[in-house]
Design a protein around this ligand. Sequence first.
Ligand code: FES
Ligand code: FES
Length: 173
Amino acid sequence: MGARNADSSAKGSRSKLITLKINGQKTTVTVPVRRTLVDLLRDNLRMTGTKRGCDEGTCGSCTVLLGSRPVYSCMLLAVNADGQDITTIEGVFQNQEALALGRAFASTYASQCGYCTPGFIMSAYALLRQNPDPSERDVRFALSGNLCRCTGYSKIVGAVLATAQGLKEGQSR
Ligand code: FES
Ligand code: FES
């Protein structure tokens, strides 16, 4: 009995059974303790909407929501997200703010190659949920952890401000 316990604890030091709620769906999976959340999402769960860019916490392409907070999923071990709610780009479009952001990014050419776009949408969505009427400064601050090599930032910031304005007008009708 003691030996079996020792054995399973040695095994447990390499992998762990975790349960996450991803986009509202309970997901139980055994992961190596050193696997990052972005690797779990993309490589194990085949949720490739979350992009891996720098893989070192500087570009924001891998942004997902942990609860309501945007985080770099390349900098978070999957085991440290055990028991948490995760929202990825695949699930966020169930919400009107994200849908409106997607439309604004498309119609204002705020997305070109599109590689950074999921990360920007996740950060912008988190901002609009917390602050539906952001100033340009608020938007630039909220997106300061996301990098885009194609568009520059004016169109992206403009798309977020236009989304906030459109949602506000929609609500006042
Ligand atoms: S891939 Fe995570 S911050 Fe760049
Ligand atoms: S649209 Fe290409 S990196 Fe941002």
